[in-house]
Design a protein around this ligand. Structure first.
Ligand SMILES: [Ca+2]
Length: 233
């Protein structure tokens, strides 16, 4: 019995976040504040749940810091994942919204209707895609400039992400030069990096590459990279 209790205790204490009503409480950011790139702030707030409620009312809001000492809410359009990027501020708590079928700990951009999770393990294009599929998801679809810009901002918002290469959805494996998404939809928007696509039947899968500000390169797909899974809402 004691062993089971210890296991439960370890599981609870090692959890990065806790689900609350309408939000995810990120425990690793306890007493941590990230000051940059706030979309707005509201003063004279005496309750953390008021901050979360206000974030839900602002469509661009993805996450919010409740600064107890300052009694302020600080809203963001990205989800921070690297507490080491912040500064200590006692009493600060960090929340992200959980709403509309987008699960705990995912990034939910309500303006662009994007719900996704960045995976910091590495896999081939197909293994990453299979991992997404196992949760009823697919690799991240970027089909316009707004989504590309949001993805870049999200990746660059946390130092854990910003130097990594990510597989995203899109391949020209069936017909060279004919790029399609996982469901066969023809791609019309592209954000190629300088010198890309290199083309060729050995370069058929998309990678968002930090070397080019997360613009895209066409790669062979067998090299293990990080990946981003998206859930359709
Ligand atoms: Ca190709």
């Amino acid at each position: 019995m004691l062993f089971i209790l210890i296991l439960i205790s370890l599981a609870v204490n090692s959890s990065p976040c806790i689900e609350t009503a309408h939000g995810t409480h990120w425990m690793a950011f306890t007493d941590i504040i990230i000051r940059r790139s706030s979309i707005s702030e509201v003063p004279n707030i005496g309750n953390k749940y008021t901050c979360l409620g206000l974030c839900l009312q602002i469509e661009a809001c993805v996450s919010v810091f409740y600064r107890q000492q300052q009694q302020r809410c600080q809203f963001h359009d990205v989800l921070f994942t690297s507490p080491q990027d912040g500064e200590q501020e006692i009493g600060t708590e960090y929340y992200s919204i959980t709403t509309g079928g987008c699960p705990l700990s995912y990034v939910h951009n309500r303006i662009l209707n994007m719900c996704y999770q960045i995976h910091l393990i590495r896999a081939t294009f197909h293994a990453g895609e299979e991992d997404c599929n196992s949760r009823g998801e697919h690799l991240l679809v970027i089909d316009n400039a707004e989504k590309q810009s949001h993805m870049v901002n999200q990746i660059n918002s946390s130092s854990d992400n910003m130097l990594r290469k990510f597989h995203i959805d899109g391949a020209d494996v069936e017909t060279e030069g004919h790029w399609v998404f996982h469901d066969g939809r023809i791609m019309t928007y592209f954000a190629w990096g300088p010198g890309y696509p290199q083309n060729g039947t050995d370069k058929n899968y998309l990678v968002a590459d930090p070397q080019y500000g997360f613009l895209w390169s066409d790669k062979e797909g067998m090299e293990a990279k990080h990946y981003i899974c998206e859930r359709d809402l």
